[in-house]
Design a protein around this ligand. Structure first.
Ligand code: EPU
Length: 439
């Protein structure tokens, strides 16, 4: 991955006040860009965040022959009249989770593809067995190569695929493969995150036939072709929750324009248990502290549960709450690596354990993964020099620096900027004392 463009200097202790605009969701728009490969007609996406991850995906599409035209700051037109290349170059090996999602569209357009194996944040093993097994069931021939997979299919056919776990990526992969497949595909135990539903909405506008049942079953009746589309990407509920946590942690008040209550129900309950509050505004939601902060137990889970990507800012917020909180991470086995720097360098009191401390044992039960955190608070965090290890930990560190006493420096900002649009400008707009230095 590219080097940092800059490091941050953050002086903590300032209550953040003001308004920020929610960006489009990274985890929706990147898949929606892939979905445009399913048609030879032009597609226009609105609400596209200007983040490194979007640049990466547009670079991949350009390599395949897509014409990319920015029509406005957040509007991009993508058009792939012909797929010129069936394979992505090895430069995209290990960079993110997107190339594997291109398998279905490329099979439909050209009958074969070689895609580099995925990377992304190091927060667990992140295998792709569900993706490959599902595509295999739909008739694809899959050959493993070093660092890539070669997939061929004359025509994908519908199948009943039961996912062992409601994987977001595997669900999206199979949706993209099934939209133009011959016959009906049923995905049971599917992920139904708002970002997945947003992809379904876009595909439906393109002409796809998809139903979503209340029991996590998606049924896709394959159609012969899909048409161009104009679609506005859903707002980023991870960014929104990040700013909400920042408002409450700094005892300030932040309105996030574009925040949708229906996508945040579980988050808002957790925030309220801790002492945070919200009100609806004309254009979004406003977040603030409703009472002194108190400890709470939280378990991450698949939607409509508490998102694993909300875990990091909330853990930092809990360092400011009175009492002992427990955060049980059930999605990824290794998503608390960032906590060590918070304890060692900033004075947080966070203890990691391999035990499941939630209501039920999770997939990481009796295995050697430190996936539960006990947070004793409140602690006055002190400034430190921090190195961001992954995207979501990145905002956790920024938040820790915002509540800490003194001036922190943060490097590894390239990880944060993969997924947060203009974080420095947005934080400065609500009064954060944040500056950048060339890296
Ligand atoms: N899993 C498997 N086999 C598979 C696929 C998944 O075992 O074939 C396991 C994973 O190892 C993990 C669990 O299933 O334990 C859930 O993984 P999922 O497939 O749902 O995650 P993903 O699609 O790789 C997306 C987001 C993540 C987000 C998760 C969960 C993107 C690009 N990434 O990952 O976002 O945490 O869903 O909601 O959409 C981030 O934005 O920082 C980020 C990591």
């Amino acid at each position: 991955m590219a080097a940092d463009r800059h490091t941050y200097r953050i002086t903590g202790g300032v209550p953040l006040r003001g308004t920020v605009e929610a960006s489009g969701a990274k985890n929706a728009v990147t898949k929606e860009l892939v979905a445009t490969l399913l048609t030879d007609e032009p597609c226009t996406l609105h609400g596209v965040p200007r983040i490194l991850e979007v640049d990466l995906v547009l670079g991949m599409l350009a390599e395949l022959g897509t014409e990319v035209t920015w029509l406005g700051e957040h509007t991009v037109r993508v058009h792939t009249p012909k797929v010129a290349n069936t394979s992505l170059s090895s430069a995209y090996s290990g960079v993110n989770r997107i190339p594997i999602l291109m398998m279905g569209p490329l099979l439909h357009r050209r009958g074969e593809t070689v895609v580099p194996l995925p990377g992304g944040c190091t927060i667990g093993k992140r295998p792709i067995d569900f993706h490959l097994e599902g595509l295999h069931q739909m008739g694809a021939d899959i050959v493993d190569r070093p660092g890539s997979v070669k997939v061929t299919a004359t025509r994908l056919t519908g199948a009943h695929v039961h996912l062992p776990f409601p994987s977001v990526g595997a669900t999206e992969n199979l949706l993209l493969a099934a939209a133009l497949a011959k016959g009906t595909t049923v995905i049971s135990n599917a992920a139904v995150e708002p970002e997945v539903v947003d992809l379904v909405l876009m595909l439906q506008k393109m002409g796809a036939l998809i139903t979503i049942d209340t029991d996590r079953t998606l049924t896709i009746s394959g159609v012969e072709e899909l048409r161009g589309v104009e679609h506005h990407t859903v707002a980023d509920r991870i960014e929104i929750a990040s700013f909400a946590a920042a408002a409450v942690a700094t005892d300030g008040r932040i309105e996030v324009r574009g925040a949708r209550q229906d996508h945040l129900i579980t988050f808002l309950n957790a925030l309220r248990h801790i002492g945070g509050e919200f009100t609806e505004t004309e254009n979004g939601l406003e977040f603030f502290r409703g009472r002194p902060l108190t400890a709470t137990d939280i378990e991450t889970g698949v939607h409509p549960g508490f998102m694993t990507d909300w875990q990091q800012p909330i853990t930092v917020l809990l360092t400011q709450a009175d009492g002992t909180s427990v955060v049980h991470e059930t999605i990824y086995e290794d998503r608390f690596g960032y906590a060590e720097q918070l304890s060692r360098s900033m004075g947080a009191d966070i203890e990691l354990t391999t035990r499941c401390l939630g209501a039920t044992a999770c997939r990481w039960h009796n295995r050697d993964f430190q996936h539960t955190a006990k947070i004793n608070g409140p602690t006055q965090l002190k400034a430190a020099d921090l190195v961001i290890p992954d995207l979501r930990a990145g905002f956790g560190y920024v938040l820790a620096a915002l509540v800490a006493d003194g001036t922190s420096t943060i490097s590894g900002t390239r990880y944060l900027e993969r997924g947060y649009e203009e974080p420095v400008a947005k934080l400065a707009a609500v009064g954060a004392r944040i500056t950048t230095q060339p890296a």
